[in-house]
Design a protein around this ligand. Structure first.
Ligand code: TYM
Length: 339
């Protein structure tokens, strides 16, 4: 970072395509808050244009966008410190995405595992937007010359593509204009797994609600989901190595560690030899203690949607001030007349 000519700037985004999960919180939002407190300039987006790459009911999209903003604020993001807005309010994202659609190659997009997963077997029926999704994501980041992007592990490939887009643009036009953004994928919770199946990521789109903890779940729901979480009959071992073939157990230890802000080994040492019957109630108490205040604050904020919209409007205006000159310079490099 020190030898980069670019000012350190953090950008990240979440799709308002459903409710927030514990995976989004531990893998992303909690880390957004850490970076906000770390003296970075921080920009956090609700990526509504990404969300519509698969069908979204318009009323639900509006609700989910506000609820995501409420989640950001309730978890500790401060609109006075971080720039917060929904993507569609800053047109520069879509404008730069078009340029990047012309920089990125079909072959790059064809290799994206998220596209393959989301399009499923019926690729012919996927939206064109879903295919070019990563070009819009590169634009989100590079329209601010962001240098650091905190995300969960599943976004790694998209961030590599963002670097490829920046490299090819700089190379094709003979400039050193876009930074090579650093993915920030750190901590114990970069991949929170389903509570029902330790080989699957916890996801808002999983058909089973028991597979995830939602940030809006009440104490009873959290306790029930943890009580019913899949485990195995063995007691907890002394070392993390002994958990390597016990993915469900490892996942619950990781969740505990992330919530308690400890490392996984410390948690394991604390519970060594204990059965899940002893561990789960303690995990449940910890989760309720950490998550309930966030859920309560989200519900309070959702009582005043106009206030949320005002925060997003102000955030968008601040975002545009950074994005506009970078887009203008991009157009100039590409050879577009702006008179
Ligand atoms: P999305 O909306 O799927 O997820 C938002 C963030 O939450 C993280 N995450 C998880 N982390 C740990 N464990 C999990 N089970 C888990 N599930 C989700 C994701 O890694 C992500 O950080 N393409 C992005 C949104 C996006 C974006 C961007 C991100 C659009 N433009 C620019 C960064 C920068 C996405 O689909 O995230």
């Amino acid at each position: 970072m020190s030898d980069s000519p670019f000012t350190p700037r953090v950008f990240s985004g979440i799709q308002p395509s459903g409710g927030l999960t514990l995976g989004n919180y531990l893998g992303a939002i909690k880390r957004f808050v850490d970076m906000q407190e770390d003296d970075f300039e921080t920009i956090y987006c609700m990526v509504d244009m990404h969300a519509i790459t698969v069908w979204q009911d318009p009323e639900a999209l509006r609700h989910q966008t506000r609820e995501l903003a409420a989640g950001y604020i309730a978890a500790g993001l401060d609109p006075a410190k971080s720039i917060m807005f929904n993507q569609s309010q800053v047109a520069e994202h879509a404008q730069l995405a078009w340029i990047f659609n012309c920089v990125a190659r079909m072959g790059w997009m064809n290799r994206m595992t998220q596209f393959k997963d989301k399009a499923g077997k019926n690729r012919e029926n996927a939206s064109v937007g879903l295919f070019t999704y990563p070009a819009l994501m590169a634009a989100d980041i590079l329209v601010y010359h962001a240098t650091h992007v905190p995300v969960g592990d599943d976004q790694k490939q998209h961030l590599e593509l963002t670097r490829d887009v920046a490299t090819k643009f700089n190379h094709d036009f003979g400039v050193d204009f876009f930074p090579l953004t650093e993915p920030v994928i750190e901590g114990v919770a970069t991949r929170v797994m389903s509570l029902r199946d330790g080989s699957k990521k916890m996801s808002k789109s999983d058909p089973s609600d028991m597979s995830r903890i939602n940030m809006t779940d009440d104490a009873d729901a959290i306790a029930k989901k943890i009580r019913k979480a899949k485990t195995d009959p063995e007691p907890l071992p002394a070392t993390l190595d002994e958990l390597s073939d016990r993915p469900e157990a490892r996942n619950l230890i990781n969740i505990y560690a992330a919530l308690a802000e400890e490392d996984a080994q410390t948690v394991l040492t604390q519970f060594e030899g204990k059965q899940f019957g002893d561990f789960k109630p303690q995990l449940s108490d910890l989760a309720v203690a950490k998550l309930s205040p966030i859920a309560d604050e989200m519900a309070r904020l959702m009582n005043d949607p106009a206030e949320i919209d005002a925060i997003l409007g102000k955030g968008a205006a601040r975002a545009r001030e950074i994005a506009h000159p970078i887009l203008a310079r991009t157009y100039d490099i590409v050879g577009m007349i702006q008179s």
